[in-house]
Design a protein. Structure first.
Length: 444
């Protein structure tokens, strides 16, 4: 027993050593991106309080000259620890061998590698510097909830979801995950009789939580306006001027339409083919509206009776509703590269092949889970795979319906997915090597 404990400690030290090397050494030490300025200034549209508060904490502890270096160290250590703890959870559940722990720890590093060799995620002054790591803690308590059906783990997942939601607006999809997780617990414990009523209660609760969340966070409303304008006005046709009743809105609409059309930011300018998604969303569409509003004010001083935010919202919302079918189609097109980015890489010379590779990976994960479930395999392996695939599916759908699925938004579950894939493949092999006939009723 003591020898096993000693070997485990050696394995853990080795894993942490690999983590320190990976998260600290490769790429540029300190990487300032365009969005970094908004976080450092503690303001700007769509900037939630979590990450600026994180930066402000280190600014208090260290001088202005050195605090960003301390941030990089903290982000790297957070990644080392969170991915390590996730593998420890898997080890405790599946009794992994030491070499397997190291392998899964390497898989866990995948999301942090997408910008290498230029820079590691933990070296960027971006929200992803902490949210990638915290997502591992979130999933750890989620999967413990699924396995045990204990509310203490569920409340831990809610707490982690709120923490992540305070850091990135896109992470609000985790509230939906938590609602579905609660329904799963109730269904497993109480059966399906009360599930419909509970679904309604949870939907109401979800609406209240999201509404309160947006109300309490500064700049959220303006970001929502920007998103609706970007997604809605992209679909606009010139004839949509008829949607607006008053002359002011009609004039502002026509001028905004002209500017968007001249700059190639309408759906008609999106190039066909596999790369259509690159042209489907222009997240600065509101700038055209602001220019049109400014020109209207110059032409008719002191006549505008509405603020800019309400005008931008109406421009985007009415065109989105008018062309919801086209918006939905374009959202589906945006999801295609997101499905690829969530489990694979978008390699331009073989981009079509990347679609088939991603499809095969997903089909194998689903069919493999069904096979293991029906042939008496480890139920908890299946639950692990189903949980991460479900979360990735919710993430891909919600983010692309509201925002745009950039690669860095989609890779949160990549490392967890390949850990689950390894365990699934291992379980399939063990089923085929099992002596005697497959027993469909057997459960480990």
């Amino acid at each position: 027993m003591k020898e096993n404990r000693r070997q485990d400690i050696i394995t853990y030290v080795f894993m942490l050593g690999i983590g320190v090397l990976f998260y600290f050494l490769p790429g540029e030490w300190l990487c300032i991106e365009d969005d970094s300025i908004r976080y450092l200034s503690e303001g700007g549209e769509g900037v939630l309080p979590g990450y600026p508060a994180f930066l402000a904490f280190f600014r208090l502890l260290f001088s202005e000259q050195y605090f960003l270096h301390a941030v990089v160290v903290a982000q790297s250590l957070l990644a080392v620890i969170c991915t390590f703890l996730f593998v420890v959870v898997l080890k405790g559940q599946f009794h992994l061998r030491r070499i397997e722990c190291i392998l899964l720890y390497l898989f866990s590093m995948l999301p942090f590698s997408i910008y290498l060799p230029e820079s590691g995620i933990t070296h960027q002054i971006m929200t992803e510097g902490i949210t990638y790591a915290l997502f591992y803690l979130f999933f750890s308590v989620v999967i413990k909830t699924v396995w045990t059906l204990e509310y203490k783990w569920y409340f831990g997942s809610v707490a982690m979801a709120l923490l992540l939601g305070l850091t990135r607006s896109q992470m609000l999809f985790l509230i939906v995950v938590c609602v579905i997780l609660l329904l799963w617990i109730i269904y497993k414990k109480a059966g399906g009789k009360a599930l419909l009523g509970l679904c309604m209660c949870c939907l109401v609760l979800l609406g209240c939580v999201v509404g309160l969340f947006w109300q309490r966070i500064e700049n959220s409303a303006s970001q929502l306006n920007t998103v609706i304008m970007a997604r809605g006005f992209f679909e606009a046709d010139k004839e949509d001027v008829e949607l607006f009743d008053d002359g002011m809105m009609q004039e502002i609409f026509l001028r905004t339409y002209e500017l968007a059309d001249e700059n190639g930011r309408r759906y008609e300018h999106a190039k066909p083919g596999l790369y259509m998604w690159q042209d489907l969303v222009y997240d600065r569409m509101n700038l055209f509206a602001l220019q049109a509003i400014g020109e209207y004010d110059e032409k008719y001083p002191d006549e505008r009776s509405r603020n800019e935010a309400s005008i931008i919202f109406e421009l985007g919302f009415k065109t989105l509703l008018r062309h919801f079918d086209r918006y939905f189609y374009h959202s589906i097109r945006l999801m295609m590269p997101s499905f690829i980015a969530s489990v694979f890489f978008q390699i331009e010379p073989i981009y079509l092949l990347c679609h088939f590779v991603a499809l095969f990976i997903y089909l194998f994960a689903v069919s493999g889970s069904v096979f293991v479930g029906k042939t008496g395999g480890d139920r908890k392996v299946v639950e692990l795979m189903v949980s991460i695939v479900s979360i990735m599916l919710i993430m891909i759908v919600m983010i692309n319906m509201l925002f745009i699925g950039l690669q860095r938004y989609m890779v949160y579950g990549m490392g967890i997915f390949y850990c689950a894939m390894y365990l699934l493949c291992k379980e399939i092999v063990s089923i085929f090597l099992r002596p005697g006939k497959l027993n469909k009723g057997e459960r480990k």
